[in-house]
Write a protein that binds this ligand. Sequence first.
Ligand code: NAD
Length: 491
Amino acid sequence: MGAHLSTTIAQGRVFMQLIDGEAVDSLSGERIDVVCPSDGKAFASIPASGAADVDRAAKAARRAFDDGPWGRMPAVERGRLLAALGRLVERDAGELAALESRDTGKPVRQGKADVAAAIRYYEFYGGAGDKVHGDTIPFLEGYTALTLREPHGVVAGILPWNYPLQILGRVAGAALAMGNTLVVKPAEDASLTTIRMAELALEAGFPPGVFNVVTGYGAEAGAALSAHPLVDYVTFTGSPPTGTAIQQAAAINNRGVTMELGGKSPQIVFADADIEKALPVLVNAVIQNGGQTCSAGSRVLIERSVYDEVAEGLAGRFEKLIAGPHQADLDLGALINAKQKKRVAGMVEAAQAAGIPLLARGSVDADAPAGGYYFAPALFGHVPAEAQLAQEEIFGPVLSLFAFKDEDDAVRLANSTDYGLVAGVWTRDGARQHRVAKRVRAGQVFVNAYGAGGGVELPFGGFKRSGHGREKGLEALYAMSATKTIVFNHG
Ligand code: NAD
């Protein structure tokens, strides 16, 4: 895949959504322009669907679950379809990576990494669905009691724009492995690869109605989907306020939800850490995907005695960072849209106005198109614990540094936000590694490493405002199913 493909891919294409195995437009015929963040220019379009389109998709998913071959298909066969889908993603890896990069502005190597992760999801869940067992339960004399894991039915997946291919992979992999049918609503800013995945699912042999995609705005298509009475379970990744709206909508029908709502993840660097090893990981954890990562390591807490050394090391690296067009494959790409750029810039300006020291700033490539949504990375030192920079998810390449006195102080600072998604702990002291990993309130803790969301195999999700429920790994298979207890009286 060359730069040429990633600038011309899907040029002028009028994308359709996939409902009941058919490529269809929105019933209203309204469409949304697809804008490339690297130059701010529209290059394709997607349907702008509303409640009537969602109703069509929910009914198709319901029929496929209740009446179609899918409901009777053994787990091993469902797994084979997922594995076949993974092979099609592998076949079309170049096209999918180029499409994802053009749609989101992420550097092409990140697009390729996202495709590789998506392949892993279909591979992992393709082999996992037939390994989820029920139980037999010791019960009364004359009875046998057992449990089955059953699919919820119709699962709605509402996706964000930061990692569409990966997040679709974890949602669809687990939901389909357990025998649910799907209606996916990708983000209006990044729907293209989700549409391509639904096309590939048909090619892989998934029956019509099992994997539906409805595109459109959140307030219209997303709101209608989360409140739809034929939907049995909703899984969402995105911002906390939208999470609240979706939970309220799902509550109308008393449906279950999984919420993955972002974070303000700390990395704790003790004086005995291997600082040279830590520095590139600390930088990458906040600039990956332009900082638009729910698990971005956006706070670095540093033991006082090494604060200056770590701050200088980070500043030297930040000054060299360059943001540029996705096809140039620099340190980071553009942010997703003008609104996001304005939001990030506003937070950085407010921090400067408040007198928080700006230690270093990266740059924007001189050849970057003027219409792109580029933002030069920023590093702030000695950020007050109560500042907006310290408390709010920025979703941009902005890193805040804090000094701590001792282990208790480090844990207190780490836990001092309303989020709890991921944490990093850097120390050579084995006992401290265990103590701190246990005391930090986060769904994933990395010791002398940072996974930004971790591997496909690792359960992932938050405490506190970061949400509830777990995705990824085998745990997601439990979230995507419910226990049924059966009791036999045989006298
Ligand atoms: P968002 O959370 O509003 O959008 C995510 C998804 O939810 C999209 O598909 C959107 O169409 C849908 N949606 C929006 N309103 C909805 C509603 N009322 N009902 C149902 N679905 C709805 O995110 P955004 O507005 O694109 O970004 C705002 C901020 O959210 C960002 O600045 C960032 O801080 C955060 N964010 C976090 C993540 C994450 O992974 N944690 C992802 C995206 C955005």
